[in-house]
Design a binder for this molecule. Structure first.
Ligand SMILES: [Zn+2]
Length: 472
């Protein structure tokens, strides 16, 4: 009898072990040998992730920002609505401090839907879907038309010279380099055409420029983005064209050497208008005067809804505060969230923040502006010692599949804090789909995955927890 009883216990233990193994396989043993600094830290981080992964408020907030308010072009009514929405959202959270920072921003407006077509006498018109590049001058009511000259580099333009370019429309068609692992590499390899194409075209007497979108994505979305002029040269209108349509235009040009192009844009620069950064804080219990900043930019381009760029960054920052509140985590230092205005055009928000806070002490500034995708880790612009400290936190994130902790950039908005010696940290995410959306009509709420965005929120909240406890 006794022996049999022992056998039954052994049997139960065996089943328990099998069940444990099975559950372990399902859950991936993510807490096994968790090498976090202390068991208590491990638990806090686990709780942050758990709450973020079941929480739905932030996704609902993003939906409102994207679907009800929409794209938030700097200086627009939508941007103002975004400011008021974020301010009210923070107020409702009953955190310690909510306020706005006043600033002035440019007010560029797109005007009517752009019109464009290629044409010759033989084939008639072939329509193209173009978008005015941000801050471009318009063409005037009648539009502009001229022979099209295609180039892939500024050197090519130089070789062609004024005699071949004057009075024509330059078509910049250098494709983004797809060999980079990060898609930012491809963007970086082609974005100069958008930023200074109109300057280089005007240098040789062009009357307008058409620019292939700076993206590794092959699709029909034209991407906008900021462009610059040189005051000593004529300001000529610039439009973006999708990668697929750029290929089509190239094909038509090879078939019809006499191809001309027409486009009409009514975009214009209105007088500057007042706008705001929005700030929300949870005060530190021991060092309220020392700040850990987290944020993203509230403005966006107007073709889409500013979902990944950078609605998710703003919403994730607010979510960090919510996670602290919900879990009752009391930070020693002040956790400050900032929604920056005007990242896309003049960075007036980032500049103003740095100016207004120059006498405050920041321990670190963290920005999420790479889209709401699966996080890989963090990059840091700081001293070698600070970067080493950041790397020492990496083991705490291994259970959550974050392995990238390296020297690198922080973010555009927080970059103005660099001269004050503040360590700048950027959330590094999977970039593969970012430029499918970036600055295009495709940057919409539907393309944001709730779990991916929330993994980013949790990663930032966890890093802030560790910095608050262990410093940098
Ligand atoms: Zn952005």
């Amino acid at each position: 009898m006794k022996k049999r009883h022992k056998f039954e216990i052994m049997n139960k233990l065996k089943y328990a072990a099998i069940l444990f193994l099975f559950l372990g396989l399902i859950y991936g043993f993510e807490d096994r040998n968790n090498p976090v600094s202390t068991p208590e830290d491990s638990l806090v981080i686990r709780n942050i992730y758990s709450e973020a992964l079941v929480g739905t408020e932030s996704y609902e907030n993003l939906m409102y920002l994207c679907k009800v308010i929409g794209g938030r072009l700097t200086g627009s009514k939508n941007a103002e609505n975004g400011v008021n929405y974020v301010f009210d959202l923070l107020k409702k959270m009953n955190i310690d401090n909510v306020y706005k920072q006043d600033l002035m921003v440019r007010n560029w407006v797109r005007g009517e839907k752009e019109i464009a077509y290629a044409f010759t006498d033989e084939i008639g018109r072939i329509g193209f879907n173009v978008c005015a590049l941000g801050t471009s001058v318009g063409t005037g009511e009648n539009g502009i038309s001229g022979s099209l000259i295609e180039v892939k580099s500024f050197d090519e333009l130089k070789i062609l010279g004024r005699e071949n370019i004057e009075g024509k429309i330059v078509f910049f068609n250098r494709a983004a380099d797809e060999r980079g692992i990060s898609t930012g590499y491809g963007y970086g390899s082609s974005v100069d055409q958008r930023v200074i194409g109109a300057i280089e075209g005007a240098r040789y007497g062009a009357i307008g420029v058409v620019v292939r979108s700076a993206t590794v994505s092959h699709d029909n979305f034209p991407h906008t983005g900021v462009m610059h002029y040189n005051d000593s040269l004529t300001k000529i209108p610039a439009v973006g064209i999708s990668t697929k349509e750029a290929d089509e235009l190239d094909k038509q040009l090879s078939l019809f050497k006499n191809l001309k192009f027409y486009f009409r844009t009514t975009c214009r620069q209105n007088p500057d208008v007042p706008s705001n950064n929005v700030i929300g804080e949870i005060k530190g219990s021991e060092h309220p005067e020392e700040i850990i900043l987290v944020g993203g930019h509230l403005d966006s381009w107007d073709l889409g809804e500013g979902a990944h760029d950078d609605g998710t960054g703003v919403i994730q920052g607010i979510e960090v505060l919510r996670l602290y509140q919900k879990l009752g985590i009391k930070p020693k230092h002040t956790i400050r969230f900032a929604a920056f205005m005007d990242e896309e055009i003049d960075q007036a928000g980032g500049r103003k923040y740095a100016e207004l806070t120059k006498n405050e002490k920041h321990i670190a500034a963290i920005e999420s502006d790479g889209g709401g995708f699966v996080p890989f880790g963090f990059s840091m612009d700081g001293t070698p010692e600070q970067v080493e400290k950041l790397k020492s936190f990496q083991k705490d994130f291994e259970p959550y599949f974050l392995f990238y902790f390296r020297k690198g950039g922080g973010g555009v908005d927080i970059s103005f804090l660099k001269k004050a010696g503040i360590p700048l940290i950027g959330l590094v995410v999977d970039s593969q789909r970012y430029f499918d959306y970036h600055h295009s009509g495709n940057d919409v709420f539907e393309n944001v995955n709730r779990r991916e965005m929330q993994l980013g929120s949790a990663a930032m909240a966890s890093l802030i927890f560790l910095i608050d406890k262990y410093g940098l």
